[in-house]
Design a protein around this ligand. Structure first.
Ligand code: NOJ
Length: 519
């Protein structure tokens, strides 16, 4: 094969560990559960797994509040299970990407317990303590400062009050953080997803953020002092040096509230390999699901990433967002999910495929009393939180959808009886087989993986582009409308290699997806 580089040419599959597969019947997914499905993932055709956090956590933000960076939460397994997961994944050519949540720890982390024990403690400066709060707001609501009656100072937390922000200006903290990367690389981790990395450094003087128009108090300020500080760059250089001292390691950053140019500024040969840009992932009101708008977004994203020489990523769903299939479908049909999957797998950039996206899982809906996610509890009913997209994987139509032998931590979607892996594997027209076939094609076609992106002008309701390398051209066409659309038939040297229907020449049937290869 051509020079296949896993994080550039491959597809990264995100697993939310507590929802993927429960091996020990406690209602929570775990590492052994993931191992038991590696053959499934291999058969699906993905190249790497990004694991949302599985380190010890008191679950104030469901894993994104870590109380020990270098261990496995006993509910998810052991370090030995992790080593086995790496070995088994590598055997199958699958890489492992860890989620490192280093902007903040859990308030139960030993560092914070020490830091909050007295103003004189040697780790006092490992967090951000002040006598008086400034105007900063926590993104999950309320002031970003919490008063500690024991040591009579406030500490900073950009998320919940159980997630104190670490003081990255402290040299020992930075050293401890680099040791964490080293620890996991020594255990075989191939890459890292950095949670809200551009918030690591805050303005040293902690000035108030200036006001702006917005709905929530958090949105009514310009976040110029609490994120995106220049000190980030030298740290990224240092981190990249460390990553590059191991073969083929990778880091992708989750930029928090950042503009595209800012996002790109964090990437490069001596910085992160890339950073997410969430171009399609908000709700239909702000991010309408129509081809004209999508093409504008794609072009903007292309200009920014291509212009900056940075390899992009594509994301349709993740653990923070309503699933794409839920955002864009009104019923159980898969037409919209297939369009979203086509964009994910054929745009230029590394696709991040969220567990269950391959069977077009839908969000569960919960009653108020069932909501677990902190922002959902706080803002219900305006915002119902992120539990919806974190429901258990639907493996089969057996009890608890084959996820567990007992009642899972979140309810299984009631549609599991029909919408599950086993049923879809047996149906050639299913979302699962659609995804698997497209993944296979992507692997076979360098143009789909690495080709340039050439947008095409097409009739209203449709979207088309060419992906092109020196030796190969692939044309992708999609009909987003419920009507048949007349469209120019490509010249005779373009051969259909993938299609969702057998429409007549010169037309796209409702929601049809076609790929052509130039002979
Ligand atoms: C971003 C993560 O994706 C989200 O799940 C988490 O709540 C926040 N960062 C805080 O860690």
């Amino acid at each position: 094969m051509d020079d296949f580089l896993w994080w550039r040419d491959g597809v990264i599959y995100q697993i939310y560990p507590r929802s993927f597969s429960d091996s020990n019947g406690d209602g929570l997914g775990d590492l052994l559960g993931i191992i038991s499905h590696l053959d499934y993932l291999k058969d699906l055709g993905i190249d790497a797994i990004w694991l949302s956090p599985f380190q010890p956590t008191p679950d104030k933000d469901f894993g994104y509040d870590i109380s020990d960076y270098v261990d496995v939460d006993p509910r998810f397994g052991t370090l030995a299970d992790f080593a086995r997961l790496v070995a088994e994944a590598h055997l199958r050519g699958i890489r492992i990407v860890l989620d490192l949540v280093l902007n903040h720890t859990s308030a139960q982390h030993a560092w914070f317990r020490e830091s909050s024990s007295s103003q004189e403690n040697l780790k006092r400066d490992w967090y951000i303590w002040r006598d008086r709060p400034n105007n900063w707001q926590a993104s999950f609501g309320g002031s970003a400062w919490e008063y500690d009656p024991v040591t009579r100072q406030y500490y900073l937390h950009l998320f919940t009050k159980e997630q104190p922000d670490v003081n990255w200006r402290n040299r020992e903290v930075r050293k401890a953080m680099l040791d964490i990367f080293r620890f996991w690389m020594e255990l075989g981790a191939d890459g890292f997803r950095l949670d809200v990395f551009n918030a690591y450094f805050k303005d040293a003087n902690l000035p108030d953020n200036p006001p702006k128009f917005g709905l929530r108090a958090f949105d009514r300020q310009r976040h110029i002092h609490d994120i995106d500080q220049p000190e980030m760059m030298p740290f990224l250089n240092e981190l990249r040096n460390l990553l590059d001292s191991y073969p083929e390691r990778y880091a992708v950053g989750e930029t928090y509230l950042a503009t595209l140019p800012k996002t790109i500024s964090y990437c490069g040969n001596d910085k992160l390999h890339t950073a997410f840009s969430f171009d399609f992932t908000s709700n239909d009101l702000f991010y309408p699901w129509n081809p004209a708008w999508l093409m504008k977004r794609i072009t903007r994203h292309e200009e920014a990433f291509n212009g900056g020489g940075i390899w992009p990523t594509t994301v349709m769903s993740n653990h923070d967002l309503p699933r794409a299939a839920s955002r864009y479908s009104r019923d159980e049909g898969d037409a919209q999910a297939k369009l979203a999957m086509t964009l994910l797998l054929t745009l230029r950039g590394t696709p991040f495929l969220y567990y269950g996206e391959e069977i077009a899982m839908r969000d569960i809906s919960l009653k108020r009393g069932e909501i677990l996610d902190p922002p959902g509890r706080k803002y219900w009913p305006i915002y119902k939180g992120r539990d919806g997209c974190r429901s258990p994987m639907q493996w089969n139509d057996g009890p608890h959808a084959g996820f567990s032998t007992t009642r899972p931590w979140l309810p299984v979607h009631p549609n599991y009886v029909r919408r599950n892996v086993a049923a879809q594997q047996a149906d050639p027209d299913s979302m699962f087989n659609f995804t698997k076939n497209l993944l296979k094609l992507r692997k076979e076609m360098p143009a789909l993986r690495r080709g340039s992106f050439i947008p095409l002008k097409t009739p209203y309701g449709t979207l088309a582009y060419i992906r092109q390398t020196d030796d190969q051209s692939v044309l992708v066409r999609m009909n987003f409308s419920k009507s048949q659309v007349n469209i120019d038939q490509p010249a005779a040297d373009w051969r259909v290699i993938f299609s969702t229907s057998e429409g007549a020449q010169g037309t796209l049937t409702p929601y049809e997806i076609q790929l052509f290869l130039k002979e």
